[in-house]
Ligand binder design. Structure first.
Ligand code: PMP
Length: 356
């Protein structure tokens, strides 16, 4: 039997699943993971917490993940409480729940590409119409044009991504504010990479008290180095969280996931300790690439978009042949490299010199 033989939804026909190639190579710099594995102390603590939770696995987990949400609120600060925070299996699931609650058939979501490609995929997966607004050549967002796009399409949901994937660029608060003032529906600011931002880049969390239809999403996959745990979360008005309870599956966050996430939060000093090193390595990578005469987007994230290559596929493949996997993503002619350890970045530089 082939896929075409199944009574699949018409709008899913001909599509391919999302995902970067998972290739077994020595240097993997392709999915914006954090290169630092948990320390022995954290592994021991995780094992102990999992052992304790294991004796209760005949029971369902805390359905509302009350303690985890309170602890995430404490981490975010800004005077937030647990009832303003919601968590799920990765921020992808958080985004999907937002679309389930506020999108759907006959509704529209607006984003500004190039941006995180799961935004349009989750949008169409929930039968919501996707509209792409425009970005400038240098990947910035012109607030006047963003507002004009909102006025034209009257979207139910607007996606902003700051710092943006795959460009690394972040948005000034004034642009986010202009969008919030113009948007008739929900505004999602995807801040998966917030902790990597350079000094002076403000978080949209500061706007929450003013804008009850603002949702800020975060993740433990990047700065917290917990991608395998699958925990993403959001901060919003408590009533927005109540709306998400209408669509979430009961007991969606397993007991083990909640225990692992809470343990990671207790070890946040160690986990976030890697962020400073990654920011330094990121800034050095930007400078080095520019020194090679390449065009490089400013980055507030743990990856760098660089180009421009007439044949980016050849460069990507040349790196792969030298054991370095990066990502062919974003506009044609550009490539994205995730920031790894100092050693990994040295290997990346040597490989790229070999290719160029
Ligand atoms: N938002 C952005 C902008 C991302 O780049 C990613 C991961 N690549 C996510 C959300 C989803 O991450 P996760 O589901 O692991 O939280």
């Amino acid at each position: 039997m082939r896929l075409e033989d199944l009574p699949l939804r018409d709008d899913l026909r001909g599509k391919t699943p999302y995902g970067a190639p998972q290739i077994d190579v020595p240097i993997r710099l392709n999915t914006n993971e954090n290169p630092y594995p948990p320390s022995k102390a954290l592994v021991d603590d995780l094992a102990e917490e999992v052992r304790k939770s294991a004796s209760t696995l005949n029971r369902y987990p805390d359905r509302d993940a009350v303690e985890l949400r309170a602890e995430l609120a404490g981490y975010l600060g800004h005077g937030l409480s647990g009832e303003q925070v919601w968590a799920a299996n990765g921020s992808n699931e958080v985004l999907q729940q937002i679309l389930q609650a506020f999108g759907g058939h006959g509704r529209t979501a607006l984003g500004f590409e190039p941006s995180y490609s799961m935004h349009p995929i989750i949008t169409s997966g929930t039968s919501t119409e996707w509209v792409d607004g425009t970005r400038e050549e240098d990947f910035t967002l012109d607030p006047g044009k963003a507002v004009a796009a909102i006025e034209e399409h009257r979207p139910d949901i607007v996606f902003l991504t700051s710092p943006n994937n795959p460009t690394g660029t972040s948005l000034p608060l004034a642009t986010i504010r202009a969008v919030l003032e113009a948007a008739p529906g929900m505004v999602v600011v995807d801040e998966a990479y917030a902790e990597f931002a350079r000094e002076g880049t403000a978080s949209a969390l500061t706007l929450l008290p003013e804008f009850p239809r603002l949702i800020v999403t975060r993740t433990m996959s990047k700065a917290f180095a917990m991608a395998g745990t699958r925990v993403g979360y959001l901060a919003a008005h408590p009533v927005v969280v109540q709306a998400l309870l209408l669509v979430r599956l009961p007991y969606h966050l397993s007991t083990l996931t909640q225990a692992a996430a809470r343990t990671a939060l207790r070890h946040r000093e160690e986990l976030l300790g890697g962020v400073a090193a990654l920011r330094r390595e990121r800034d050095a990578t930007v400078e080095w690439l520019r020194g090679q005469g390449l065009t490089v987007a400013d980055s507030d994230a743990n990856f760098v978009l660089f180009g421009r290559f007439a044949n980016r596929e050849a460069v990507w493949r040349g790196l792969l042949e030298r054991g370095v996997l990066i990502r062919e993503v974003g506009p044609p002619q550009w490539l994205r490299v995730s920031i790894g350890t100092g050693e990994e970045m040295a290997a990346f530089r040597a490989a790229l010199e070999g290719v160029l």
